[in-house]
Design a protein around this ligand. Structure first.
Ligand code: DC
Length: 235
């Protein structure tokens, strides 16, 4: 019997930005035959909705206008056979590529700090975990979305190492880069995520810390799979 045949659990993967949470969560879900959900993609999709509908003016979200429109926002996922992953959809349209654009990245922290947006998305995320067998990555998965998750991983890594990884990724994509700017952006995003009033980034008391500063991807996958195995044995 393999791990994927065992009783299904919920795995929450939280942590700082640019720590490789999605890489780990995706691979673990693949190996266990679980559903992988990138909750950050949902906040990005709502941000795209705001941009498309003129709800961000001079860099600030028009709160009353967004509140009025919240009920007309539907975020869902559709399986993409080409990548074997779920693409995020906004009101039925696939926006997986568009949500990675700079304009979205620049405003998503602000949108993710809005209580009404969090309520809407957390309710959907909890619904997705109803039948378990899910790996979800984000900032508040182990603390707010699934406080009862059977396994909680909190990922972190040295800030300069994270910045260097992001720098290498951008160089590989031929994007213009400046290391100091990346480092500043990562530091600012961490601070914003940790200090916001709504569901700030916190390690759940029962989360296991994975500091991957000097670990390869394979070492991280192995480490998490061992934790899954240990946890399932205890059920
Ligand atoms: O993981 P990411 O960089 O795609 O996340 C985008 C933004 O959404 C980031 O500002 C943190 C926020 N986020 C959040 O507040 N809660 C989550 N569960 C996931 C992401």
């Amino acid at each position: 019997m393999t791990l994927s045949d065992e009783k299904k659990i919920i795995i929450a993967v939280d942590g700082y930005s640019s720590c490789g949470k999605s890489t780990v969560a995706k691979e673990i879900a693949r190996q266990l035959n679980y559903v992988f959900i990138d909750s950050g993609a949902m906040y990005r999709a709502v941000t795209l909705f705001c941009l498309r509908n003129g709800l961000i003016v001079d860099g600030a979200v028009n709160l009353p206008a967004l509140q009025d429109k919240l009920s007309s926002i539907s975020v869902s996922f559709i399986y993409n056979p080409a990548t074997s992953h779920n693409d995020v959809c906004l009101n039925g349209g696939n926006v997986e590529q568009e949500i990675r654009q700079l304009a979205v990245a620049q405003h998503v922290s602000q949108v993710a700090a809005i209580a009404g947006v969090r309520q809407l998305l957390v309710a959907q995320q909890q619904e997705m975990g109803r039948s378990k067998g899910i790996v979800m990555d984000g900032r508040d998965i182990g603390t707010v979305v699934f406080p009862e998750a059977e396994l909680k991983i909190f990922m972190t890594a040295d800030t300069r190492i994270r910045a260097l990884r992001r720098y290498d990724e951008m160089i590989a994509k031929n994007e213009p880069v400046n290391f100091e700017e990346i480092l500043k952006n990562i530091t600012e995003r961490d601070r914003y995520d940790e200090t916001r009033a709504e569901s700030p980034l916190r390690r759940a008391k029962d989360a296991i810390v994975l500091d991957n500063s000097i670990m390869t991807r394979e070492e991280q996958f192995k480490w998490v799979l061992e934790k899954v195995e240990e946890r399932i044995k205890k059920l």
